[in-house]
Write a protein that binds this ligand. Structure first.
Ligand code: GYE
Length: 353
């Protein structure tokens, strides 16, 4: 048996909590059977029975969380993974981690394997927005609660997941657009925009793009000269920006990059081309990684809209609360701001990722 041993104090605490849950009849509104206190998890009833048979009630299993991460494409993603691993470790949660390398098929396979393993909770950072219904139905049928983390999904039946923990990408796009309106208010003539979009079909790319467009539309000075997907990576950002410059060269006055890595790649392409990033071309980016804040401090990026990758503590807390039968909000949005050139130096110095 691989159950962890806990102290007598925690055992009394756990029994007390279990009793409270039973007495209060509390639930989290989910049909999932895994909604009671850890001591009475139905999906693991076999194991719990064996605890009783062994007459060794000081043993309790750790919460098992299966997490399907979408990939390793950016500094944001690496910080996100680190945050989740750290938070799980601190809370004594057993994390089963799978990296899908940008493939939805791999994510679906990982989720199916988590179902077979009978994990307590499944969390998914979904690479794209659509196509999740069938596998989420399988998880629901198995009684395993699902948390959506980072990127939103497009499903008609919202009972297929317990909560979505992630940023408001539309608002991030709006912040970028508002800054541009302000920054260019004294510019005359046509203002040519290039846009580096993230992964096609992904929530942050769709929403950031929309928030930005909705905010600047109505101002007839703006013209989209170029807009293409660069998969949120440095390399593709650089390659795609090289092409934009070859095609539209000096007409480009603004670059909106949907993340920092693509902006950093684009900066190299702009310098190669002989223009000054941040001066000849206004650059707006999203995330707030240290490398981007350093470029902001150098004046090579003009604004970084923050997107917070440190979702680990929220995610682990949500998984724990689900297992305790607590009610969770359907949406949990981390606090986020923007970084301007003035604040960049100070922020870059204390940035961990
Ligand atoms: O902005 C980007 C990453 O989903 C919010 O994905 C995340 C985005 C983030 O690759 O850097």
């Amino acid at each position: 048996m691989n159950h962890r041993t806990i102290g007598v104090g925690s055992m009394i605490g756990a029994l007390f909590c279990a009793l409270l849950v039973i007495l209060s009849g509390c639930d989290n509104g989910q049909k999932s059977p895994a909604v009671s206190a850890p001591a009475v998890i139905p999906d693991r009833s076999g194991e719990l029975l064996s605890v009783a048979e062994d007459a060794d009630p000081v043993l309790t299993p750790p919460l098992v969380l299966g997490f399907s991460q979408l990939g390793t494409e950016s500094d944001w993603r690496l910080a996100n993974t680190e945050s989740i691993k750290e938070a799980a470790k601190e809370a004594g949660v057993e994390l089963r981690f799978e990296n899908a390398e940008q493939s939805q098929q791999k994510q679906i396979a990982a989720i199916r394997s988590f179902i077979e393993q009978k994990v307590d909770v499944i969390a998914i950072a979904p690479v794209i927005q659509s196509g999740w219904e069938p596998i989420l139905k399988e998880a629901k049928a198995a009684g395993i609660p699902v948390i959506i983390s980072d990127r939103s999904i497009d499903v008609a039946d919202s009972s297929l997941f317990v909560t979505f923990i992630g940023a408001d990408f539309y608002e991030e796009g709006r912040k970028a657009g508002k800054y541009l309106l302000d920054k260019t208010r004294d510019m005359t003539g046509t203002i040519g925009i290039a846009e580096l979009k993230g992964t096609e079909g992904s929530a942050p790319s769709i929403e950031r793009g929309k928030g930005f467009r909705d905010t600047i539309e109505g101002n007839s000075n703006f013209v989209y000269l170029e807009s293409d997907y660069a998969d949120f990576t440095f390399e593709q950002g650089k390659e795609t920006m090289r092409r934009f410059l070859r095609e539209k060269g000096k007409e480009i006055r603004v670059l909106f990059a949907h993340n920092d890595d693509m902006a950093l790649g684009a900066i190299e392409a702009i310098e190669e081309y002989g223009l000054r990033p941040g001066k000849d071309i206004v650059i707006i980016s999203v995330d707030g990684t240290r490398r981007a804040l350093e470029k902001l401090a150098e004046g090579k990026i003009n604004l970084v809209v923050e997107c917070n990758p440190l979702l680990g503590p929220n995610l682990i807390q949500a998984a724990t609360e689900i297992m305790q039968g607590r009610m969770l909000p359907k949406r949990i949005v981390p606090p986020e701001s923007v970084f301007t050139e003035q604040m960049a130096k100070r922020e870059a110095a204390k940035r961990k990722y």
